[in-house]
Write a protein that binds this ligand. Structure first.
Ligand SMILES: Cc1cc2nc3c(=O)[nH]c(=O)nc-3n(C[C@H](O)[C@H](O)[C@H](O)COP(=O)(O)OP(=O)(O)OC[C@H]3O[C@@H](n4cnc5c(N)ncnc54)[C@H](O)[C@@H]3O)c2cc1C
Length: 476
């Protein structure tokens, strides 16, 4: 399914299926899990420490690469800066039940490499129908049929125009998706609620998926990714279950912040804030945001081509505010809801009806781009009021206040500096390939940003980990 057209447009899908789920308290795997694999055979010679392969980052890419190498007899150690595993898979338990604050969905399960793993480990999932969205223009007010038709027509014109420009690459190098949206607004003469509805549709189908404003996105990123099909599903007991299952036999050192990677013909040396590790090869899986910040010093420095690719690719800011209420006051049917008559495009918030998945009165608000970044400049109480104002516009002034909240700031997280990678104006699939390019036979790169075809996803990260493990085994 195409990443950007995951949802059908606006009110087309108010007929939806309900899939319930039970909640379950899940322990987070943040412990240093010393493996019983220390006797595993390194290759080619197990007598020296510097023959081990060092993986940086215990996200899904690092864990996958380590598992695959270890299964082939290599000795592998993972160095992780956080005090927990999973990276951008992060299941929080502070409200007394598991809630995913990073990745939450397997997008399109048929053919997706996450699906067989979930099946193998017997992890429960439930369908999340992202096409089932109710859009409000006031308290219990929805768009008229003619307004829906106008917005739908404009959105079709937008996608046609993008396709046309993509086929004519020479003319489209510097145009942003925001520029194209503006052209359509003018040609379709959108005003008032149809203008807002059109902008809301772009926010819902593009910005909320990519984590970035269309003003900052080029058309190269507007890719059809139709490899997988089927439903989207979530994990009522948390995505972390997959990480826990995959990492149980691995030697993972948490709270090891990598500061420097030195490499030469003889091997690699990785300096953390605790100790120095020697190895034969290193696989770097830290997020693009961390590479952009230059938080890790490479010696010798990274090649110019790779640095340019890091610069050109973008890092989005998708954030989440989890709101727990004393009781449910919203309709049970929709999976998501949004107020589309507000200050769009400056702010757009989608409310996920998490009650469906955890059977608790929970809404998960999601917002992206500059609005999401600006919320973190406010005191938390102000940010919550800001998001609550949309709920009051949809359900009236008398709705209850939340009894508990969780607000993410992925863009300020020093282990991520953003939610996931995007094709900003100048970024392209080739930049992902440049990022993935190894340096000699010493330094390898995995992680979602290195897998352009499935950029910004758990399955893309997993496939990148497999790719680099294969590269190492094939060269040995
Ligand atoms: C809010 C949000 C929602 C998302 N929703 C979905 C979704 O529904 N479905 C989906 O498929 N994808 C989703 N994603 C994307 C998905 O989470 C990522 O693409 C994927 O988890 C990335 O895996 P990774 O291994 O490449 O990186 P990471 O998981 O980030 O792993 C990299 C690891 O490196 C560590 N690290 C960083 N710097 C250092 C250092 N200096 N020293 C040591 N360790 C370091 C980090 O702590 C981290 O553990 C979402 C992401 C976010 C943030």
């Amino acid at each position: 399914m195409d990443k950007y057209n995951r949802r059908k447009f606006l009110l087309q899908a108010r007929n939806l299926t309900y899939a319930g789920a039970t909640s379950w308290l899940c322990g987070c795997g943040n412990a240093f899990s010393k493996s019983d694999n220390l006797s595993a055979k390194p290759s080619p010679d197990d007598s020296e420490d510097n023959e081990q392969i060092i993986v940086i980052g215990a996200g899904i890419a690092g864990i996958t690469a380590a598992n695959k190498l270890q299964a082939q007899g290599y000795r592998v150690i993972i160095l992780e800066g956080r005090d927990r595993l999973g990276g951008r898979i992060w299941t929080d338990n502070s409200l007394g039940f598991p809630l995913d604050l990073g990745a939450a969905w397997i997008h399109t399960i048929d053919g997706n490499p996450i699906s067989p793993l979930v099946k193998k480990f017997g992890i429960q999932t439930v369908v999340s129908d992202l096409e089932s969205q109710w859009n409000y223009k006031g308290v219990d007010q929805f768009l008229s049929k003619s307004e829906e038709r106008m917005i739908s027509k404009a959105f079709q014109a937008f996608t046609d125009r993008v396709a046309e420009l993509k086929n004519n690459a020479g003319s489209s190098q510097q145009i942003t998706l925001g520029d194209i949206a503006q052209q359509i607004i003018e040609s379709e003469e959108l005003t008032g609620i149809t203008l807002k509805g059109f902008r809301a549709t772009l926010s819902s189908t593009i910005e909320s998926e990519v984590g970035e404003d269309i003003a900052n996105l080029g058309i190269k990123g507007f890719e059809e990714d139709s490899e997988f099909t089927g439903a989207d599903v979530v994990f009522p007991r948390g995505y972390i279950q997959l990480v826990q299952a995959l990492s149980k036999d691995l030697d993972i050192r948490t709270k090891h912040l990598v500061q420097q990677i030195a490499y030469d013909d003889t091997g690699v040396k990785v300096t953390t804030d605790r100790e120095v590790f020697s190895g034969s090869q290193v696989i770097v899986t830290v997020p693009l945001g961390v590479l952009k910040r230059g938080s890790i010093k490479f010696s010798p420095a990274l090649p110019e081509e790779k640095l340019a690719a890091i610069e050109r690719l973008g890092m989005g800011a998708l954030n989440r505010l989890v709101l727990k209420f004393p009781q449910q006051f919203w309709p049970s049917q929709p999976h998501t809801m949004a107020y589309i008559n507000g200050n769009i495009p400056d702010r757009y918030v989608e409310f996920y009806n998490w009650q469906k998945y955890v059977q608790q009165p929970i809404l998960a608000a999601m917002f992206s781009g500059d609005f999401s970044r600006s919320l973190s400049q406010m005191p938390k109480s102000e940010a919550i009021q800001n998001i609550m104002s949309d709920l009051r516009s949809m359900f009236g002034k008398d709705i209850p206040l939340p009894t508990a909240t969780l607000l993410t700031q992925w863009h300020n997280d020093p282990f991520a500096y953003g939610s996931y990678s995007t094709f900003s104006l100048n970024g392209s699939l080739q930049d992902c390939d440049r990022l993935a390019e190894p340096i000699g036979d010493r330094v390898f790169f995995a992680g979602e940003a290195t897998y352009g075809k499935h950029i910004g996803t758990v399955h893309g990260a997993l496939l990148s980990g497999e790719r680099e493990a294969n590269r190492i085994t094939q060269q040995s």
